[in-house]
Design a protein around this ligand. Structure first.
Ligand SMILES: [Zn+2]
Length: 493
């Protein structure tokens, strides 16, 4: 089956979305669009994680019921993702009815596998992370992410036999070297499993904002256990089952443990096929500062999209930061890239070529001539882009595409195209330039879809973006081009 299923982490709705959340969702959208270009049937899932103590507490602070509170905040996530032109197929909420149903099915099957038992939990809990830490992990009893003292909790609880899956997990990583990427994160996970796994507490008795535990109604399901199942809920219907297994789960480095260790063990217990890849990426800072609420509105995806537009933000994030590593969302660097790459290299090329076609050929695509270096480079760029995107190297793909665009600009200058008097020679060269623009509109579509659509419009073509159309010479002679507005107005610093 020629399909692609990509998921993002589902964010906690205890606070409004920020650019750090947005980064991963942009990556998911690029992967989804690229796989559509490749001709696959695609399902792109994102959403919000809405249960747990942290949310119950945030709701209370805001004088709202948990449900009122999560309704309001999850809507902010939806609006933010729309502002960044993210074309997701479903926005899942863990308070959705079909999710609760799927969670209950999971619990039932895990119990049937003999993997649930009742015990007593004493441990150290971080409400911020919604997870327990053991004393060996955190001897100072302070959360490594939130730097806050851990809370001591002791209560009756139900457990999942995670310890049973140690050998299975090590075998899984060995047989599927790409199950966890990138490699440094994989090694970290392998080492943690080798240290030995403890059974996992999956219910809480002292909380009621959660999915009731079907085996004992005085407990609710531990928020993480419920949340992970969302990836299966979304395709748990007859028409969507074809999308399983997930091709990529994207998540930040604080979530590796849950996705690379707990989730595959849960799936194994239920008897469901493993996802193909779990990609663990780094964190963003903003203008050099750690992203936190104290930065205020400036880190809001809505505010940033309003200020710069969706495409420049998408482009900047993917070109600037090698995916997997930590990175900085620097507004100054964004403006520089916007002006020198999007406006000067891409925008200027499109404008020059369309204007020259208008001036010399009444806006009609001229006759194709011999292939030359530009056509050769175009085809090489297609292969390089494909290879880079297969390996999650978004910055490499954009470097290659922009090298090609730079060469197209050079082609105009080196050949002094504006001065060529021989109409046939000029026509052949203009054809190659128009074809170069058409190629780049398809290659750039996953990254900057709105811009690609505008380029296609200026070329007088249908707005469709297919890998199969990346063959040199498909642009039809006589096609009427249409000069449009300048693609990127320079931003003054
Ligand atoms: Zn924490």
């Amino acid at each position: 089956m020629n399909k692609f299923y990509v998921t993002t982490a589902i964010d906690y709705v205890n606070a409004a979305p920020h650019i750090g959340h947005a980064y991963q969702k942009i990556v998911a959208d690029v992967l989804a669009r690229w796989n559509k270009v490749l001709g696959k049937k695609v399902f792109f899932l994102t959403g919000t994680d809405e249960h747990g103590k942290k949310i119950a507490e945030s709701a209370q602070k805001n004088n709202k019921t948990p449900k009122e509170f999560v309704d309001e905040i999850s809507q902010k996530f939806v609006t933010s993702w729309q502002a960044l032109n993210l074309d997701f197929d479903r926005f899942i909420r863990t308070t959705d009815e079909d999710h609760k149903k799927t969670v209950l099915e999971f619990v039932k099957k895990i119990e049937e596998s003999g993997d649930i038992y009742k015990g007593k939990y004493s441990g150290w809990y971080c409400v911020g992370c919604e997870r327990y830490y053991t004393e060996t992990e955190m001897p100072d009893k302070v959360c490594p992410f939130h730097k806050k003292p851990l809370e001591e909790v002791s209560e009756d609880a139900y457990f999942f036999r995670l310890s049973k899956y140690q050998d299975f997990l090590l075998g899984l990583y060995e047989k599927n070297p790409e199950f966890i990427l990138p490699v440094e994160r994989k090694n970290e996970m392998v080492n943690r499993v080798k240290e030995g796994l403890q059974d996992l507490c999956i219910t809480r008795a002292s909380l009621d904002w959660g999915i009731p535990f079907p085996l004992d109604k005085s407990h609710v399901i531990y928020v993480w256990f419920d949340a992970l199942i969302n990836y299966y809920t979304a395709i748990n219907s007859d028409d969507k089952k074809i999308f399983w297994p997930a091709d990529v789960h994207l998540l930040g480095k604080d979530n590796g443990w849950f996705h690379a260790i707990i989730w595959p063990a849960m799936l194994k217990s239920v008897g469901i096929e493993m996802p193909k890849n779990v990609f663990i990426h780094g964190f963003l800072t903003f203008n050099g500062n750690k992203i936190s609420k104290s930065l205020g509105n400036v880190i809001s995806p809505l505010v940033l999209a309003d200020k710069y537009g969706a495409d420049p933000i998408r482009y900047y994030c993917l070109r600037q930061i090698p995916f997997g590593e930590d990175g900085d969302f620097s507004e100054e660097a964004l403006v520089n890239r916007h002006n020198s790459e999007l406006a000067d290299t891409l925008g200027n090329l499109v404008n020059r070529v369309i204007v020259l076609t208008e001036k010399n050929f009444d806006g009609l695509v001229p006759q194709k001539g011999e292939d030359d270096n530009l056509s050769k480079l175009a085809l090489e760029t297609v292969e390089k882009t494909r290879k880079a995107l297969d390996n999650f190297q978004f910055n490499v793909a954009l470097n290659d595409i922009f090298y090609f665009l730079g060469e197209a600009n050079k082609y105009i200058n080196d050949n002094e195209i504006w001065a060529i008097k021989d109409k046939e020679k000029l026509g052949n060269m203009m054809y190659n330039l128009l074809e170069a623009i058409r190629f780049s509109s398809i290659l750039l579509y996953p990254f900057i879809p709105e811009t690609s659509e505008k380029i296609t419009e200026q070329l007088g073509l249908e707005k469709k973006f297919c890998f199969d159309d990346l063959k040199w010479g498909l642009l039809k002679t006589g096609t009427k081009t249409k000069r449009g507005k300048v693609l990127f107005q320079k931003i003054k610093c």
